[in-house]
Design a protein around this ligand. Sequence first.
Ligand code: MEV
Length: 313
Amino acid sequence: MKASQGEAPGKCILFGEHAVVYGYPALAAAIEMGSFCQIAPNSQEGISWNFSNFATSLKWSITDDIPDSSFAHFLYCLQKLAQDFSIEINNLEITISSHLWSNSGLGSSASSASAFIKAINNYYSLELTLDQLNEYTLYMEGFIHGTPSGLDNSTVNYGGVIHFQKGIVRNLDKFSPIPILIVDSGIAHDTKEAIIRVKDLFTEDPNKITNIFENISSICEQGILAIKSDNLEILGALMNKNHKLLQELNLSTPKIEEIRWIGDQTGIFGSKITGAGLGGAIIAVGSPQSLDLFQDKLNHQKIPSILTWIKPN
Ligand code: MEV
């Protein structure tokens, strides 16, 4: 067997996080940063796993009982692939790494899952279709996030900008690349916990939360028009509106508001939480000059950020 690789991008959510879990639409984009998986044959029995970002090495084989570990979903998926494709999986060294900030809303779990499945697909020549790759990625996401909407795995697998609703993916095409600044609030978040908190709010006052979701849904549809007409000013204003609604869901933090305030001083068009909130990343749109200025100000405060472009697939 020959050594094989897989790689997958991360993602940011332009509009619709949380509402998407309740069946409303969302708009999300693949980003240039991503994750990698390398698989090499190994003369030793079993499988050696290296999770580089976590400086963790493990030794599990395909027949092991599922261990109690935050990496167990990789073994679950391998066991499922071995069963589904009737293949013997042994004597491997698997290394998984990511350039994405972990627990930040940039899809590091979906991205590393997708890179891993692609590497296995290449190593064993499984010839998975894109839809199958996406199903296995969603299977892995279930162990991490509980009840994922399917948005993260679909974005990292189908790429570009996607409109997603209830498992239906539509790629957006024919728009000019959008400059975007992705900022790390430095606070690791827990997607599962954020989803539970929103669920509690929904149970307390379903009418109020449904109203918020409906407003987010309308913003998302207006966002498509702004992208298609290359109107970054409207796109930014819509991001601000979506962020306000996420604030009403108690998903913002003082640090996030401080970062957004710095952005507002630089003439950007808008910014918002991206992903589950309660920390994690913020995205901003504006002219390339205003985003440069925003990044300069963040550099002075040692707040990490990445200037990148969102493009059609
Ligand atoms: C997480 O990146 C986005 C959420 O909407 C959860 C989901 O869609 O599964 C918070």
